[in-house]
Design a protein around this ligand. Structure first.
Ligand SMILES: [Zn+2]
Length: 200
């Protein structure tokens, strides 16, 4: 009999369980990437350059480079942006406009230098004009701990419910109804009694 509050409760439970499962999967993925990053350095480079004609023989060239990489137990995100005005269409291949390209490169790993977690650099006009760079470097341990928290909390809550004779599915007090949870309808053959039994 699906009535209002019960359906909402069940929906919230499914939502919470899915989020916890996703978090667990992300934690495993982070561990795998972290271990791999000690041997291999993986880079994904996305870049594009556009040209814009401003006036007769004045061209604005803009370049973007987004680098997503892993190395030595961490990952980094680097975004590089520059803009130059030219009196004639540039011949240097570096400045030639090109559509979005995505490249992948894998090299033997190097230690990820973590002198700062993030940094934003504005280049002086003497360097490449109008160039800005955003650099973010994060050790994998941070996302690993964050993604491990929800599954760990859920395990602790399940253990606590089992110990105190509450339904592991919804937390309802089962001491008065050891066979079946009156709240969610789940059979509770061996979980109703506060015991040290490990049966499911
Ligand atoms: Zn229940």
């Amino acid at each position: 009999m699906p009535d209002g509050p019960c359906t909402v409760k069940r929906f919230l439970r499914i939502l919470r369980n899915s989020a916890t499962l996703l978090s667990f999967a992300l934690c495993i993925l982070t561990i795998v990437l972290s271990v791999r990053s000690c041997w291999r350095q993986d880079n994904i480079l996305i870049s594009w350059t556009t040209a814009q004609s401003l006036a007769p023989s004045r061209f604005k060239i803009s370049g973007h480079e987004l680098l997503l990489g892993t190395a030595g137990g961490g990952f980094w995100i680097n975004w590089d942006y520059w803009q130059s005005i030219f009196g004639e269409f540039p011949t240097n291949p570096f400045y030639l406009p090109h559509p979005t390209t995505i490249g992948y490169k894998s090299n033997p790993s190097i230690p990820l230098r973590l002198q700062s977690l993030y940094r934003i650099r504005y280049y002086s006009p003497g360097d490449t004009p109008g160039r800005r760079q955003f650099d973010l470097r994060i050790p994998f341990i941070f996302p690993m701990v964050i993604f491990a928290l929800p599954p760990a909390l859920m395990l602790m809550s399940l253990r606590r419910r089992r110990k105190t004779g509450h339904c592991p599915h919804c937390g309802y007090d089962l001491r008065a109804s050891p066979e079946r949870c009156p709240e969610c309808g789940k059979a509770t053959s061996s979980i109703g009694q506060p015991s040290t039994s490990t049966a499911r």
